[in-house]
Design a protein around this ligand. Structure first.
Ligand code: ADP
Length: 269
């Protein structure tokens, strides 16, 4: 599909099917924050790495090591000061604001604090990212399918305040997938959950990734999560200090012991 002219992105129709998983290449990426009192904080310092399309990558490291900043620059939520970032066929550091907004529609974001809109029902939260846009598919049917995939279709009309933390994060997973992303960036997705709910959310992320085929990058402190990824990147003071294959990696979908019952398979197409 030809790209729309800049400024017409609200008129773009989102296709019913999209290209698959997106690869990521960073070369010499640095980002320094400057505080109001003139102190410079190097959040990323010369990060160079490649992620293959469809990989499941944990981004580990202590608090303040640059994990969130790494996900934010890959997802075009923030701009690096130096270096290049290629995601799929786009060099995102070269994009203008309108093109960056279009690019972000190919990215699914999952946050530690869920960030659901409190006045919207589960269904409307899932629909929110595509509400302003024309799409080639039935928006509500897809949102309901995704809520089914996370075991919450019966809670479609509930507000976030009526859901547990684990349930809110499952709605947020459905929301992240409404646009058929080629990459999902999850920032401490289990950080606000107890271990049973954290396991359930991780089970779901891995199962949805198997079904939809996106690349998955997860910032986490949790060794239980890093052990379930195919690869672990470790950051320290904004530098990439280790890049290792995980011991086990994600299980096949048939091996997943999901604790969410009755969820139908979701057709990504
Ligand atoms: P992590 O996700 O590993 O905890 P972050 O990427 O959030 O690390 O932060 C990396 C460093 O950048 C930290 O020192 C943090 O305080 C600083 N930082 C992050 N965001 C900002 C910001 N918006 N303004 C100033 N400093 C920031």
């Amino acid at each position: 599909m030809p790209r729309p002219a800049q400024g017409t992105e609200l008129g773009e129709t989102i296709a019913s099917d999209r290209a698959g998983a997106l690869a990521v290449t960073l070369s010499g990426v640095s980002k320094t924050y400057r505080s109001g009192v003139g102190i410079s904080v190097p959040a990323l310092d010369g990060v160079t790495l490649e992620v293959q399309a469809g990989e499941v990558v944990a981004v580990s490291g202590p608090s303040g090591s640059g994990k969130s900043t790494l996900l934010h620059v890959i997802g075009a939520m923030d701009r690096p000061d130096q270096g290049s970032i290629q995601v799929g066929d786009r060099e995102i550091t070269a994009l203008g604001d309108g093109e960056r907004a279009l690019f972000r529609r190919r990215v699914g974001f999952v946050f530690q604090r869920f960030h659901l809109l409190p006045a919207l029902t589960s269904l409307d939260n899932v629909l929110a990212p595509i509400m302003p846009y024309r799409v080639e598919f039935d928006k509500v049917a897809r949102a309901r399918e995704l809520l089914g995939a996370v075991g919450l279709v019966e809670r479609s009309n509930d507000l976030p305040s009526h859901l547990s933390g684990g349930e809110q994060q499952r709605v947020a997973l459905a929301r992240a997938l409404i646009n058929q992303p080629g990459i999902v960036l999850a920032d401490e997705p289990t950080g606000n959950l107890d271990s049973a709910n954290g396991t359930m959310v991780m089970d779901l992320l891995l199962r949805l990734r198997q079904e939809h085929g996106f690349t998955l990058m997860i910032a986490t402190h949790d060794p239980g999560i890093t052990a379930r990824c195919t690869r672990v990147l470790r950051l320290s003071d904004g530098r990439l200090v280790a890049d290792t294959a995980a011991e086990s990696g994600p299980p096949d979908p048939g091996q997943l012991n999901s604790q969410v019952e009755g969820q139908p398979s979701v057709d990504a197409g």
